[in-house]
Design a protein around this ligand. Structure first.
Ligand code: PLP
Length: 375
């Protein structure tokens, strides 16, 4: 059913009627079904090309027989480990069905129609969706060099603003903000405005930033800013995207409110078990970080050789600027069995976003792109 024939459209909440659904990366099975290609590779959803930790895989079997029971709604073990990892108390941790669930909880808990949510242009596509779904107004602040313009964002925080989203690094651009600018921002924003630091790609940025980039671990800033909410996920570096586990850490008075809105059992029992086990495998994260770091250099260098420019990225993906609209190239890549992400956001029609894969996958993408562009 399309919009013009949907007879329930007028009954939908005002914010919902104007929404378009989130556009996820194309699943491998769908490509193989539609295009008849085999051996396709997916570099489209920023997933871990090494897969999950073997330790996470091993515990899944042990928990399969238990799925007739509801999961532990308190997430006791996982929260205890996360609290320990971040030196906070368990009641400062909120678990979500993916961190996007936590982002959504924040908006549903605090925002009403007429309230404002501030985020950057070219930021995570879920921010406007979850904002408008509750009838709040999204304020998309023009980006600077494809990244967050924190000074402009601070100026955009009005008396109606309840929540600010900052993705660090940002998706789809891979851009980042550094500690001094972020401190300035936090100090400028009223302390009753919730600032969500979306750190879905923290592990990659933390590793690749090195000494020369002052990439902040804002989980260490919670003591300074009671209005700060830091979100992380098991979907990216931890390789558990299919199990949907993410979390937020913040003031316990904030988790208290989020928990009033949270659906019971929002994290499933297999997800809880796998995430708990994955935290006990730092070697897998280390390997993942190294593969990503090397793959990023491989991709950036390969595209530079083709005369293409990429946006510098601290995440596990990067955006490349093509000579023409990216849709054609995207489609030609699909036919060779390579899935990337077109149109990362409005105004970026000439960009493709490529997730870093294994060395072999990156090589396959580069070769396919070179053949298509004839460079
Ligand atoms: C992938 C992503 C998330 C979270 O994904 P979940 O699978 O829901 O944890 C959050 N923010 C950004 C910017 C992302 O790219």
């Amino acid at each position: 059913m399309n919009k013009t024939t949907n007879m329930f459209l007028q009954r939908a909440a005002a914010g919902v009627a104007a929404l378009s659904p989130y556009n996820p990366g194309k699943p491998l099975e769908e490509l193989e079904r539609e295009y008849g290609v085999t051996n396709a590779i997916k570099l489209a959803s920023n997933e871990n090309p090494l897969g999950p930790s073997p330790k996470a895989l091993a515990v899944l079997g042990q928990h399969l027989a238990g799925i007739a029971r509801y999961p532990d709604d308190s997430g006791f073990k996982l929260k205890a480990l996360l609290a320990d990892k971040h030196a906070v108390r368990s009641n400062q941790v909120i678990l979500g069905s993916g961190s996007s669930n936590v982002l959504e909880l924040v908006v549903r808990t605090f925002c009403e129609p007429g309230d404002e949510v501030v985020y950057s242009e070219h930021a995570f596509a879920m921010y406007p969706i979850i904002t408008r779904a509750v009838g709040a107004n999204g304020v998309a602040v023009p980006s600077r060099d494809w990244g967050h313009d924190l000074d402009a964002m601070a100026r955009a925080v009005s008396a109606r603003c309840k929540v600010v989203f900052i993705a660090n690094p940002n998706n789809p651009t891979g851009t980042w903000v550094e500690a001094p600018a972020l401190r300035r921002f936090m100090d400028a924003v009223p302390d009753n405005v919730l600032v969500v630091m979306d750190e879905a790609y923290f592990e990659f940025a933390d590793f690749s930033a090195g000494q020369s980039i002052d990439y902040p671990d804002t989980s260490k800033w919670l003591g300074d800013y009671p209005n700060l909410i830091v979100t992380r996920t098991f979907s990216k570096a931890y390789g558990l995207a299919g199990l949907r586990v993410g979390y937020g850490i913040c003031h316990s008075q904030v988790t208290d409110l989020l928990n009033r809105v949270r659906a019971p059992f929002n994290v499933n029992s297999l997800g809880l078990a796998a995430a708990t086990a994955a935290l006990g495998d730092p070697d897998h994260i280390g390997k993942t970080q190294q593969v990503n770091h090397d793959g990023m250099r491989q991709l950036a260098a390969g595209m530079r050789h083709m005369g293409l420019t990429t946006i510098p990225s601290l995440a596990n993906f990067l955006c490349v600027h093509l000579p023409d609209t990216a849709m054609t190239t995207y489609d030609q890549l699909l036919r060779t069995g390579v899935i990337v992400r077109p149109r990362p956001s409005a105004g970026m029609e000439q960009f493709l976003r490529i997730s870093v894969g294994t060395a072999e996958e990156n090589g396959r993408f580069l070769l396919a792109l070179q053949r298509i562009l004839g460079t």
